[in-house]
Design a protein around this ligand. Sequence first.
Ligand code: 6GP
Length: 808
Amino acid sequence: MDTIFNSKQEFIEEYREAVRELSGKKFEITSDIDRFNALAGLIASKARSVSARTDDRFKKEGKKRVYYFSIEFLIGRLLDNYLINFGIRDMVDEALREMGCNLDDLCRMEPDAALGNGGLGRLAACFLDSMAHEDIAGYGNGMRYRYGLFKQEIVDGRQVEVADEWLSRGYPWEVRRPDKAVRIGFGGHVVGHTEGDRIFYSVEGTEDVLAVPYDIPVVGFGGKTVNKLRVWSAEPIDEHFDLEAFNRGEYAMADASRADAEAISAILYPNDAGEHGRLLRLKQEYLFVAAGIRTALDVFRREHGAKWELLPDYVAIHTNDTHPAMCGPELMRILMDEEKLTWEEAWDIVTKTISYTNHTILPEALEKWPIATFSKLLPRIYDIIDEINRRWRDSFDTSQEGWQERLRKTSVLWDGEVRMANLSVICSHSVNGVAKIHTDILKRSVLNDFYALTPEKFNNKTNGITPRRFLAEANPSYSKLITEAIGPKWMDDADELKKLVEFEKDPSFLVRVGDSKRQNKVRLARYVRRETGLVIDPDSIFDVQVKRFHAYKRQLMNIMKVMDLYNRLLDDSSFSIQPTTFIFSGKAASSYTFAKEVIRLINSVADVVNNDSRVNDLMKVCFIPNFRVSNAQLIYPAAEISEQISTAGKEASGTSNMKLMMNGAITLGTMDGANIEIAQLAGEENEKIFGLTTPEVEELRASGNYFAWDVVNADRDRLGRVMSELTDNTFAGLSGNFDSIHNEVMSNNDYDLVLKDFRSYVDAWEELTSSYADTRDWNRRALHNTAMSGWFSSDRTIREYRDEIWHA
Ligand code: 6GP
């Protein structure tokens, strides 16, 4: 472990000085926000000097550089994480206490940078952590949104979206690099210039904006490697400020070009899937792609000169989903139009450099853009895509049967649209899914025509999570216990967690596992009380489903289970349950009506159940508003049941399932996404699996023999009753009934199979919770889950990317 302070005393002196420099005041009279900004600023400046050293070392070693292109990086707060990764958390904690302040309070001052929606964005952030830990020269390339993902408030049970002004109190981690700004052209027309026997193209008459980078350090655990996340902000090119308009009092008009340019990086689109057709989104995609490619090529040229044929040996460009799909055509454009390579030379380089990860099979998430919009905004990029598509078509062996159908499915241009997933596959040497079953589904169905043509491109990389943030930082009491048992190496190598298996036989250790869980439940209960006023009982089971709201994730099925249990408790005096707190948290895309109605239903059920003294000692329903990285870190450690209940075949991987497992929660789940690998590793006897499997779902759909009404009618007393309660005022007190949900489910013949899986789900829940009374065995299973979770470290995932895709 390299250290950035030689002693506590040295830290205290430097920190005092930093506070004074920033605020002009003596430490004792400064506010927490000044203290936070000074502390983060000090750590950031140390991180930048290590970063400079890291960079020199990489240069000397001739390391291959990996650029991870992602339109989202859901990094959350950094201070605590970086103190842990530098190995100075305890020292700083102690020093601050001596100085009369509290580290946790300062950490809470940090804005929770929400530059992402959910799974895809958080995965990118975990990957940055692991790339630095694995000493890979890995750089994030993304967008600096002025407003992060909206804040969620709950009013009368409804989600209300509020702008997230995360930059309003400054952001001490970033450094603006105007010297590295890149001019980005939109619109205009393509002009050809003849030089000898070749024609070269340029675009004239573009409207340009400036992409200005901000660098955020990425501190790897151990403190030896510090990489960078570079995020781009859009600004006007010159100060087109119209002084005359200003003097006339037309202030908005005077600064119109600034507003137009800045709009590009103003907001993060709040959909985790399926936001297309918006011009501004397309501008975002091109801006961070073109600017990021420029950075990568500048660095390469500095180190290796213009020997472009060496690019694939020294640069890997990874595209996180299809949002950076223009990396291929943009790199082609520069290599041909500026560096004068031929198409064939450039194409060879491009396809050896770029790789692609798919994150979802939902058809609405496979990005498509209208050709008319696309070609107008990016005429040269469009021409290149057109040529890629033409050559793709020409490569087809028309003597093979079925080639027309295959061409239709794999074309980039079809039906007046640009299909970004097909572009991504064609431009890449590697295509991967994010869990075994997901990759199989890509091969077998979503991308099966590509798989038939180039099976060697396809590979699986099961997702992972960083144990530094999601165990060491989020769960200090458990981490301490683990370290006492097996030593601290697990933070470096999560496989070490396996050594915990031995302790499953140690009753006193299991008691301490339970104690730590209880501490975390108390901590969460305090947070819930502070945020919502609701009192929850830390001695009840904490049953947790936290993630984006989406029909296929079936939060609806979960709350219907709660309604069913409530009905039975009221009706049947012989029926009882293990006392449980049903915890939900998550956001819905602002335009996703159904998902928002489910949020309203959960809050409406909570309103009834939590105010009914007949059941309150047995159940409470708790919706935690504004799910984000910081409160997720309080929720995972407190969870005992991990609800992973998506319709089989729909969740590509899931990552909250891994975070919850690592924190000792038992999975109640379907055989979907990474749940399958979790069950394999931990053993099905240590989880609770239920519901239709993927083949069963596919068979049922194909049979045409599924009728939702039959399922409801066959279970009138329970399921039928729950369905009626959506519309009969039982839960209408807060803000009305739920005809919307009833209609959506019935009119789509239960598309997500909520009704179909309902009974097996409730039965599974009852079986699982009835085993809670055996505290010792529950704690053993919890510990076993932690012990077997090491494989889900993103360090393992990243090593696989490094060895099998990036060859870095
Ligand atoms: C998500 C998937 O839904 C989730 O299953 C997976 O764990 C996660 O990506 C990370 O791979 N997908 C997205 O967030 C998304 O926006 C376009 O897909």
